[in-house]
Write a protein that binds this ligand. Sequence first.
Ligand code: C2G
Length: 129
Amino acid sequence: MKRVITYGTFDLLHYGHINLLKRAKELGDYLIVGLSTNEFNEQKGKKCYFPYEERKKLLEAIRYVDLVIPEECWEQKIDDIRKYDVDIFVMGDDWKGKFDYLKDYCEVVYLSRTPEISTTKIKQDLGLD
Ligand code: C2G
């Protein structure tokens, strides 16, 4: 069983997120998502519309997602890779190169972002930002 992991905030879930999760799942058989907690989002400087528990419910309803775990800090990835016996780490290519240090522990894959959509754009288009 090939196990894949990815991380993110996934706020105001949109088709760019779904495209990423679908392709991440296609790389293996089991997809784990490290979902940024509300507190970690503050550290990331991101203001979330939906709190963690609601974002978790949304992710757990997606057919490609097998397990959602909390992402509480930048440093937990190596422990997660070991704990969940992960084979592939996946992120959108806006993060290209940032997680290459994980190549010592598993395969690292950066997938192309869906260009025209983002949570920030949604908020701006709705005049919320
Ligand atoms: N994404 C995408 N296309 C978009 C928007 C997002 O492919 N149009 C991808 C991002 O590249 C990322 C994932 O969807 O891989 C989640 O995006 P965010 O929720 O914005 O995650 P981010 O805030 O970048 O947090 O430790 C890693 C961080 O938690 C990543």
